[in-house]
Design a protein around this ligand. Sequence first.
Ligand SMILES: NC(=O)c1ccc[n+]([C@@H]2O[C@H](COP(=O)([O-])OP(=O)(O)OC[C@H]3O[C@@H](n4cnc5c(N)ncnc54)[C@H](OP(=O)(O)O)[C@@H]3O)[C@@H](O)[C@H]2O)c1
Length: 400
Amino acid sequence: MSGETAPEMTSETKAEEGVVPDPPKTPQMRAITLTGFGGLKMLKTVQRDEASVKEGEILIRVKACGLNFLDLMARQGVIDNPPKTPMTIGFECSGEVEALGPNASGFEVGDRVIGFCDYEAWAELVAISAHFVYKMPDKMSFQDGAALAMNYMAAYMMLFDIGNLRPGNSVFCHSVGGGIGQAISQLCRTVDNVTLYGTASYYKLESVKDNVTHLFDRVVDYGQEIRKLSPEGVDIVLDCLCGDDTNKGISLLKPMGKYVLYGSSNVVTGETKSFFSFAKSWWQVDKISPIKLYDENKSIAGFQLRELVFRQGQHEYARKVMNRLIQLYSEGKIRPRIDSAWAFEDVGDAMQKVHDRKNIGKIILDPSLEPKVKPVVQGQVRTHTDSSCSDDKEPVANGE
Ligand SMILES: NC(=O)c1ccc[n+]([C@@H]2O[C@H](COP(=O)([O-])OP(=O)(O)OC[C@H]3O[C@@H](n4cnc5c(N)ncnc54)[C@H](OP(=O)(O)O)[C@@H]3O)[C@@H](O)[C@H]2O)c1
């Protein structure tokens, strides 16, 4: 061995020797990709072509992303009309404006913004129509910004625009320790003398009890407990579970009360989609006749923020609500409760925490965080960008 290294081939020498030159490299970014519908191992953090802006869009350099229950449902494939896999999931983020597409006005490069989108948020760069981008106040952290769009907009619209929440009213909501549950409890406190009844898993009770007037373990018969305290029922029921809880919720209403269905968490019973729980949840809902509602003076509503904003054209209404939320935030009246922040590569563990019902408040994904060091299972090589969760891996403790 001479120890000499071969001279590096330049593009000219490659061309002279008939070697096909490498194609010019498209700039790459990291993104959490769903490779197919199913369990946690369908999530991979991969390198893909950088997002680029089109007409009317804002390119955001992402600093934080919100993880919603909706992302678990998207991963399992239980949401209607999902895009084809592989795709990047995620519905909300915050960050800095990197570039503006043609005719995208009202923003400047470097602005700190919140972005709300229909998939694609969990990437280092995301291009979003300016309709769904909101400027953040200087004092708002990126984590707080990433926690506002889905949970607080939905909570605000349901409480104030559907529920017509007024001083002295009573509200019931499930999962009060979760992302939207915390938003509901904080927004209820912006109105005088509101009684909030809520449920949560046992180990959250101590931590969230100060935000709720009457808090119950989710396994108790909450209908019976609420009737003991308020025999006439409640003014507003916000139901994110569906199934049998729909019937219980409607029966809890006072005359002139309003029931709002806004989720179907009951269909998620394991890591992958269950047709049985899907069918059970659907079958358990009693068929309600408008004539019964007429006799009982009750109202039933449904609410789906994504449909409203992305398919029913209500982006100006959403902007008005976001402006109001930013005002409430600036006045110190609302403040997202952040459960924990996770690296993109640890998204499987972050989602596992939600499946395990252990999050108190919002889970954030932060592309700048280093992944946790995980034990290497013998015979398995783990690469930096492999965020999939093997079935036999112990869930890692929370990221706080
Ligand atoms: N319609 C809309 O526009 C809209 C907008 C935002 C959220 N949502 C809905 O609101 C609900 C909560 O959403 P989020 O993003 O704020 O999540 P989240 O409440 O932070 O979700 C996690 C919590 O949900 C509870 N939960 C209930 N059923 C569960 C199940 N089958 N598996 C695991 N956890 C379950 C658990 O709390 P406990 O064990 O303490 O109950 C868990 O900690 C979801 O149904 C979501 O689809 C709807």
